[in-house]
Design a protein around this ligand. Structure first.
Ligand code: ATP
Length: 270
């Protein structure tokens, strides 16, 4: 962790290589996030204005958060994480204060990435409430918009937001200079599942009878999070069977795989 004027922040350790699949998406994030943060001066010299916000959307557990962290790692940027649901549940005024405070800290610690999880909770479409009073969500949204518009002068700060419900996001956030880039993070396909399994067994002793290709084929509809869980659980099953085990074998993977029901459905994928 680095200390910047009393603000302790951490640069995430996860790298692009820790994310299986999603090659095209990683490339887009490198261009839109990593480069502008790393080479802010070059962008300014050419008068190229980088994107200020990126919206990542897709089903849960498919690496939206991990992608944001890997982008921060690659750019050696401080990573600030906010949860829409948490902001929403705070006392009156506290959520707005935390938002403003986070942007202030991010400016001090720049280059910075502010990651905004469950963004739809805060950035939901404004309902045009008839009572004339503003709701918690509306106040948080207007604070977020003010802060994002204020990023103009500040260099080296990017907002990445994640949601499972992109259609619920207020159109005001999609205007130029706000979330200019919208990227879909899909559930892993066969090749991606294979790579994810490889990532999460990298440091495991895996038996020669384990066919990762076959396992990737047999785990259709599994998310990255579920594949990670499968690898970890297989290790635990092996240890539970024999605490002096030296490898995790195919039967351990099979036991766990057969006990798991993926949360995604085929309709969500097609
Ligand atoms: P949520 O919408 O629930 O916040 P998310 O899309 O942000 O989910 P992550 O939190 O990034 O998903 O991923 C959850 C876990 O799954 C992480 O610990 C990560 O290691 C693992 N994971 C997901 N996708 C991948 C992937 N493509 N490669 C390697 N690991 C992955």
């Amino acid at each position: 962790p680095s200390i910047t004027r009393g603000v302790t922040v951490e640069i995430p350790k996860v790298s692009w290589d820790d994310i299986g699949g999603l090659q095209g998406l990683k490339k887009k994030l490198q261009q839109a996030v990593e480069w502008p943060l790393k080479h802010a001066a070059a962008f300014a010299r050419l008068g190229v204005s980088p994107v200020r916000g990126v919206l990542l959307h897709g089903p849960p557990g498919c690496s939206k958060t991990t992608l944001a962290k890997a982008a921060a790692h690659a750019a050696q940027a401080s990573f600030f994480s906010l949860s829409g649901a948490e902001l929403y549940s705070m006392y009156v005024g506290e959520g707005e204060a935390l938002l403003r405070n986070t942007f202030r800290r991010a400016r001090l610690a720049a280059p910075s990435i502010i990651f905004f999880d469950e963004a739809d909770v805060v950035a939901a479409k404004r309902g045009g409430s008839s009572s004339g009073s503003t709701t918690v969500g509306e106040r948080l949204l207007s604070t977020l918009l003010t802060e994002m518009d204020g990023l103009e002068q500040a260099k080296g700060i990017l907002v990445l937001a994640a949601t499972n419900r992109p259609h619920a996001i207020d159109a005001a956030l999609m205007r130029p200079g706000r979330f200019d880039l919208v990227l879909y993070v899909p559930p892993p396909d066969l090749e991606a599942r294979y790579e994810i399994l490889r990532v999460h067994t990298r440091n495991m002793k895996v038996g020669t009878d384990v066919d990762m290709r076959q396992l990737a084929e047999d785990t259709e509809l599994f998310t990255g999070a579920e594949l990670e869980g499968l690898c970890r659980e297989a290790g635990i099953v092996a240890l539970r069977e024999d605490i002096s085990a030296t490898v995790v074998c195919d039967r351990h993977f099979q036991t766990v795989k057969n006990s798991l029901r993926p949360a995604l459905t085929r309709e969500e994928i097609d």
